[in-house]
Design a protein around this ligand. Structure first.
Ligand code: CTP
Ligand code: CA
Length: 223
């Protein structure tokens, strides 16, 4: 965008954005992943850059193009790699927006060779991944702002409140899976933002670009 509002309080701020899915390796040719497209996170990164922020984008494997104007881009594959990239840069960040769909579990063992088809049934043992947002929440310093997402299919508000508290977030963006217009691959989203003081803002169904602007508007209030 040729028009950069000079007045944004985010101008010159270092902001981490995570986006996309993670891939958890099973063997050299297979992984466990999810349907995250990266669209929501990339729209946020784009909006932040348009307001003059220095965006560090940490992204899992996605098929869409990286937005222009990123200060730094780190491409990762697994939850463990995303964790490392985020922990490494967070001390230098003024804010972080955790929009990635990080795997909650990863194969306990990665087969060195391609697994052969054998037997009737295959059981994979999975180990929990580390919660990146919670790790940043634990190390958060005064003045740093941490924003998370919650993807919920039931008890949405209760679960979002729990995540807000457990991860030490400043605010959380709730997406309700299964609602019309809400999903990984579409271009629209409908969110509710809940902050630490339990103030709740419900937004109508909008394009992901407009939702990104709403989230960044909310972040601006913290600076
Ligand atoms: N998140 C993260 N690292 C993980 C898992 C989640 O940083 N290993 C972040 C997501 O990026 C999001 C927030 O935590 O900002 C909530 O993710 P979500 O999957 O909704 O919640 P979980 O805490 O993983 O709980 P569950 O999947 O059981 O609902
Ligand atoms: Ca999860």
């Amino acid at each position: 965008d040729f028009f950069t509002p000079p007045t944004s309080p985010l101008h010159g701020k270092n902001i981490l954005v995570t986006a996309g899915p993670t891939y958890e390796k099973i063997d050299p040719v297979r992984f466990i992943g999810n349907y995250s497209s990266g669209k929501m996170g990339f729209a946020i990164a784009d909006e932040l850059a348009a307001r003059g922020a220095r965006v560090h984008l940490v992204t899992g494997p996605v098929s869409i193009g990286i937005p222009a104007g990123m200060h730094e881009v780190t491409r990762v594959e697994s939850a463990a790699q995303m964790h490392q990239a985020c922990v490494d840069c967070y001390p230098q960040m003024n804010a972080a927006i955790m929009s990635a769909a990080v795997a909650d579990y990863t194969p306990a063992n990665v087969a060195e060779q391609k697994m052969k088809r054998a037997g009737d049934e295959l059981t994979l043992t999975l180990s929990p991944t580390r919660d990146i947002a919670a790790a940043l929440g634990q190390s958060k310093q005064a003045g740093q702002v941490l924003v998370g997402f919650a993807l919920e299919s039931h008890d949405a508000l209760t679960n979002a409140h729990k995540k807000l508290a457990n991860k030490n977030l400043d605010f959380i963006v709730l997406n309700e899976a299964g609602k019309p217009g809400v999903g990984f691959h579409g271009n629209t989203n409908k969110v509710t933002i809940i902050d630490k003081d339990n103030k709740q803002t419900d937004y109508p169904l909008k394009s992901k670009r407009e939702v990104a602007a709403d989230i960044v508007d909310m972040l601006e209030r913290y600076f």
